[in-house]
Design a binder for this molecule. Structure first.
Ligand code: UD1
Ligand code: UDP
Length: 376
């Protein structure tokens, strides 16, 4: 961080750490790069560190190399959050940015927001207001706490605004900017299509089921994970199943002695962003517990079954082609059969999921900083 800071310049500091953060920060970094008087620092906490969970996204999405790597790695929630906080405090104290940007709902998001707010640096939370109303989910705690301390609450959908207003948040802090993850999706979709990633796995476009699972509630319990593999094997008899495995899930499969591919199911390492979007676009259906994949499938108009009891992204159900089907294998199987037996259902594009969320985010930040500087 040696670059000199001219007076009047703005310094923003974005925090990334885990896979779903990278596609949210990439469009913001692109917009900020067009403002030569603005300095944009990127801090990588190191929450995710495997090359296919981190590095690949920087090269594919054109994100500038992080200015600082905290290298915190894995641990319990308290360990990971505390390590990010301790390392980040020094970095933020030194850089004294005008604003810290945190995205999403991972531990790095929460830690970043807490450190900044205690150093009296304003915080912008991108993807604010989402609620699953399920405190068993670690992300729900991260969302509630981050939103309660952030100065700017940048929401992806109107339900986010409603949730925050219901919690008594000052409406002036809330800004409905749309979904920045969709900025990345729309920007990179042509390149993603060109990968023809399905061909690399010997699959036909429109002829396979794509699966991702990584929520502790789905993969940390042996019985449930075993049941899911049996279900995938059953689906695999109808159409090929491709399952890029998250490292948490890989670890649990190994721990439970389940690492063998069931017949008809292809377990592979996580794939890069372009290939993954290519795979999503080419799938007959998607089974997932990921937040971001529910959103992407809505825009790609690929039927999505969410294997969870709830979703913090209800517009993907009301507007898109997502269905929340829970964790019972029989119910999921029935939903799979229904999808395979019907034509794709129509779905709408949610409001402001238009590829321009990052521009709106930067505009809101600019107005916020101008108001502060003018002392209004
Ligand atoms: C984290 C987020 C979750 C998000 C997910 C996206 C929290 C609380 N959870 O979950 O919201 O949906 O990322 O992918 O922040 N591991 C590796 N290599 C890596 C990263 C992780 O092997 O590069 C393994 C480690 O064994 C680690 C485990 O995965 O203990 C879990 O990683 P962690 O970052 O704690 O949580 P995720 O399950 O990845
Ligand atoms: N993704 C990817 N490769 C994969 C699986 C997912 O690039 O093998 C992308 C996916 O397209 C989406 C993001 O990762 O953009 C979602 O991240 P993840 O499911 O890890 O986290 P969540 O959204 O559930 O927090």
């Amino acid at each position: 961080m040696s670059r000199a800071r001219a007076s009047g310049d703005v310094t923003l500091l974005s925090i990334v750490g885990a896979r779903p953060n990278f596609m949210k920060v990439a469009p913001i970094a692109r917009v900020l790069a067009q403002r030569p008087a603005w300095r944009h620092l990127i801090v990588h906490t190191g929450q995710h560190y495997d090359a296919n969970m981190s590095k690949v996204f920087f090269s594919e999405l054109g994100i500038p190399e992080p200015d600082v790597h905290l290298g915190v790695g894995s641990g319990t929630h308290a360990q990971q959050t505390a390590r990010v906080m301790m390392a980040l405090e020094e970095v933020i104290e030194k850089a004294r940015p005008d604003m810290v940007i945190v995205v999403g709902d991972v531990n790095s998001t929460l830690a970043g927001a807490l450190v900044a707010v205690k150093l009296r640096i304003p915080v912008a939370h991108v993807e604010a207001g989402l609620r699953s109303f399920d405190r068993e989910m670690p992300e729900e705690i991260n969302r509630v706490v981050t939103d309660s301390v952030a100065d700017l609450l940048l929401t992806p959908s109107r339900d986010g605004d409603e949730n925050l207003l219901r919690e008594g948040v000052d409406p002036q802090r809330i800004h409905f900017v749309g979904n920045v993850m969709i900025d990345s999706l729309l920007h990179f979709l042509p390149r993603a299509r060109e990968t023809r990633a399905w061909a690399r796995f010997g699959l036909q476009h429109g002829g396979y089921c794509l699966v991702t699972l990584h929520r502790p509630s789905n993969v940390d319990e042996e019985r449930r994970l075993r049941d899911f593999l049996v279900l995938l094997e059953r689906i695999g008899k109808r159409l090929p199943v491709l399952f890029p495995i998250h490292p948490r899930t890989r670890k649990m499969l190994q721990e439970f002695g389940l690492a063998e591919d069931p017949p008809g199911v292809h377990l592979v390492e996580p794939v890069g962003y372009l290939e993954f979007i290519g795979l999503e676009e080419g799938a007959r259906l998607v089974l997932t517990d990921s937040g971001g994949i529910q959103e992407e499938s809505t825009i790609l108009k690929v039927p999505c079954l969410t294997l969870r009891a709830n979703t913090e992204r209800p517009v993907t159900v009301t507007e898109g082609c997502n269905r929340v089907v829970g964790q019972d294998p029989q119910t999921i199987w029935a939903a799979v059969e229904e999808i395979l037996g019907q034509k794709k259902r129509p779905s709408r594009v949610p409001e402001k999921w238009d590829g321009r969320a990052a521009e709106r985010i930067v505009r809101v930040i600019e107005e916020f900083l101008e108001t502060r500087r003018s002392g209004a």
